[in-house]
Design a protein around this ligand. Sequence first.
Ligand code: ZN
Length: 248
Amino acid sequence: MTVQGLYALQNGFMGAQRSLLFYGDYSEARTQIPITCYLVRTSDAVILFDTGVAPRAVPGLLRNDPFARFTDADLLVHRLDTLDLQPANVDLVVISHLHYDHAGGAALFAESELVVQKDEYAYAQYPAQFFAPFYYRKNFDLPGYRWRLLDGDTELVPGVTVLRSDGHTPGHQSLLVELPESGPVVLAGDSCYWQEHSRRPTRIARSACAGRRGGRAAGPSRPSCAPRSARWRPPVFGSSRACRCVRS
Ligand SMILES: [Zn+2]
C-alpha cells in the first residue's frame, strides 16, 4: 500500500441550481455548494484531484452569484502551500471533468501530467448548447501541456485508480483512493453531490459510489464515498490549515 495521505482542499463556495444537483428535482431554486479539490500523497507520486475555479473567475462569481464565497486562503496555490507544495511538485492532476469549477486551475500545472477521459476532452471541444456555459476553453486549451487521455478505469499508481463515472457529463471520472487505515474512499466529483445520493443512489450515483467495476456489485470492501457536499470540518491533518472532508 503506497497511499500516505488524503487532504481535502476547500476552494470556496458557489451557487448551483437544485435541478442540476438533485435527480428528479426540477426546481429553479439555487443552493450553495462547496468547490473542492483533493490532494493524495503516495510513495510514488503527488496527485491532485480537480483544480477548482480559475482565480480570474472569482471576481465575476462574487459579483454575480449571491452564494459565492471566496477568501484569499481558498486559492488553490494557497491551499497547496499549507501542505508545503507548489504546483510544480504535483505529478498528476486528475480532473473529474472539464467544467469551469473543476478545470479552472489546470493552467497552474504546466509541469504536471493532466489526466482526463478522452471522451470528456473531446466533448469539451464541442459541448451541447445547454452545457456550453460550463466549458471555458481557456481552462483546457493549454498548448504545450501534457495531457493523458484515458479510456475507462485506470490504475494510476498502486492504491489510486481512476473510475469512469459518466452521467453528469459524457466523460466524467472519479478517483478511488485506498487509504491504509481508513479504507477505500471514492472522490466522486460531480457524479454524486450529496450524502443522500449515496444512501439512495440513482443510476448515476451508483456508478461512482457503489464501488462497482465492470458493472459488478460492490464487494465487502465497499468504499465510502466523498460526495461534493459531504460535511466539512475544521483542519485535522497535523498543522495543515487544509480542511478534511469527513462523512458523518
Ligand atoms: Zn460539473
